[in-house]
Design a protein around this ligand. Structure first.
Ligand code: C5P
Length: 202
C-alpha cells in the first residue's frame, strides 16, 4: 500500500496515540507521532535554544527521549507549535514519512487539514477534557511524575485552547474527517472502529 496515508488528529490524550499504534501494527504501516517533533523542539527551547533554530536542526535521535513526556515540555511544545517558521521547518519530514513504502499512519493536530490533505483516511479522535485529563494523569503517575489531576486538567485545557485558536494550522477536524468520541469507549472498541474504517478505504 505505497502512499496510503492514515491521518489521525485530535486534542491531547483523546486516544490518538493508542489508536494510531494499534492500527499501524494491524496493517503493517509505519507510524509517526508528530507531537514528538514539537515536543523535541519544546525540550530544546527549555534548554535555551530558539524554537526556530531547534526546528531547523532537529534530528531523528532527538525524538527518542522519555523526558519529552512531561507537562513542561508539552507546554513549551504548544508555544513553539504556534510559530509559523517552526511548523514550516517540520513539513517536509512529515510529508515524506507519509509517502513511505507500505503505508503510513501520522497522528497530530493538523495532519488531515495541512500535512496530508489527500490522506485516504482521516480520523478525528476526541473525548471530554475531564476524561482526557484523567487518562493523562494516570499515564504520568504510572511513570512516577509528581502531578495532581487538577494540574493535568488545567494543562490540557490551556494547551487545547492554544492549539485550537492559533492562526497557523489550528486544531480542527478536516471537512472530510470521521469523528470518534472515545469518552465512554474502551480501547478495543476504538481500535476496532478505526480498523473497520481503514479497511473500507483500502
Ligand atoms: O500530541 P502531543 O500532546 O504530544 O503534542 C504536543 C504539542 O505539539 C501539542 O499541544 C501541539 O501544540 C503540538 N502539535 C502540533 N501539531 C501536530 C502535533 C503536535 O501543533 N501535528
Amino acid at each position: 500500500k505505497d502512499g496510503f496515508t492514515v491521518a489521525i488528529d485530535g486534542p491531547a490524550a483523546a486516544g490518538k496515540g493508542t489508536v494510531s499504534r494499534a492500527v499501524a501494527e494491524h496493517f503493517g504501516f509505519a507510524h509517526l507521532d508528530t507531537g514528538l517533533l514539537y515536543r523535541a523542539v519544546g525540550a530544546k527551547v527549555l534548554e535555551g535554544m530558539t524554537a526556530e533554530e531547534a526546528a531547523l536542526t532537529l534530528v531523528a535521535g532527538d525524538l527518542d527521549n522519555d523526558q519529552l513526556r512531561t507537562n513542561a515540555v508539552a507546554e513549551a511544545a504548544s508555544k513553539a507549535a504556534a510559530i509559523p517558521e517552526v511548523r514550516a521547518a517540520l513539513v517536509d519530514f512529515q510529508r515524506s514519512f507519509a509517502m513511505r513504502a507500505g503505508g503510513a499512519v501520522l497522528d497530530g493536530r493538523d495532519i488531515g487539514t495541512v500535512i496530508c490533505p489527500d490522506a485516504q483516511v482521516k480520523l478525528f479522535v476526541t473525548a471530554t477534557p475531564e476524561v482526557r485529563a484523567e487518562r493523562r494523569f494516570a499515564e504520568l503517575a504510572a511513570k512516577g511524575f509528581d502531578v495532581t489531576l487538577a494540574e493535568v486538567l488545567a494543562e490540557v485545557q490551556a494547551r487545547d485552547a492554544r492549539d485550537s485558536t492559533r492562526a497557523e494550522a489550528p486544531l480542527k477536524p478536516a471537512d472530510d474527517a470521521v469523528e470518534m468520541d472515545t469518552s465512554t469507549m474502551d480501547i478495543a472498541t476504538a481500535v476496532a472502529r478505526a480498523i473497520e474504517l481503514i479497511k473500507s478505504r483500502i
